[in-house]
Design a protein around this ligand. Structure first.
Ligand code: ZN
Length: 183
């Protein structure tokens, strides 16, 4: 996360296109994320503004892409579907999610969901979900005293040995080591 510097606040106030791509900002009161040049009138106050470095960071924190400025891409049906899937995964990562359950909730076939996601992001929805879970697992390891098993449970991976395996795979070190190094 970036801090809200004077420059960035000015960029938001002036809707400065030059800053598009350099950062995103979210408004805590409505949980939307925008690019600096967004023309929607939000009347937001500085204290409600959060600055994000990346799309992932904004989405993993539970922000929803603005429907006026489409901060993460063009306004195509496919891009919107993928945005919706990302929001869904970031919102529901604590639960058990399968492509089948998403298919039911979206009213689209598993094949369509999978292909749209993979084509636009070069990543499967399952791996994206895993990265959301790892983001929150790392946050909990740094900021709480929860046991590793509890952390796994809280991020939707109740099987401890599976959690340990994927954690090491994704982060290059064990959860215990990660906690030692970063808290
Ligand atoms: Zn916007």
């Amino acid at each position: 996360m970036y801090s809200l510097t004077k420059k960035r606040w000015q960029a938001i106030e002036n809707r400065d296109q030059q800053y598009d791509g350099q950062f995103y900002y979210g408004v805590a009161t409505d949980r939307r994320v925008c690019c600096p040049s967004c023309s929607a009138d939000k009347g937001c106050e500085q204290r409600d503004v959060k600055i994000f470095k990346t799309e992932d960071e904004a989405l993993f924190e539970g922000y929803i892409p603005c429907q006026d400025c489409h901060p993460f891409g063009e306004d195509s049906d496919k891009a919107m579907l993928v945005d919706q899937m990302k929001v869904y995964l970031a919102k529901n990562y604590k639960k058990r999610i399968t492509l089948e359950s998403m298919s039911k909730d979206f009213g689209r076939s598993t094949g369509i969901l999978h292909r749209a996601f993979l084509t636009l992001t070069d990543e499967t929805p399952q791996h994206y979900l895993l990265r959301v879970r790892m983001y929150h697992a790392k946050k909990l390891l740094r900021q709480s005293n929860d046991s590793v098993a509890m952390v796994g449970l809280k991020v939707g991976i109740p099987n401890l040995s599976y959690f340990n395996t994927v954690f090491k795979q994704e982060n290059g070190l064990t959860a215990v080591q990660y906690r030692k190094d970063f808290s």
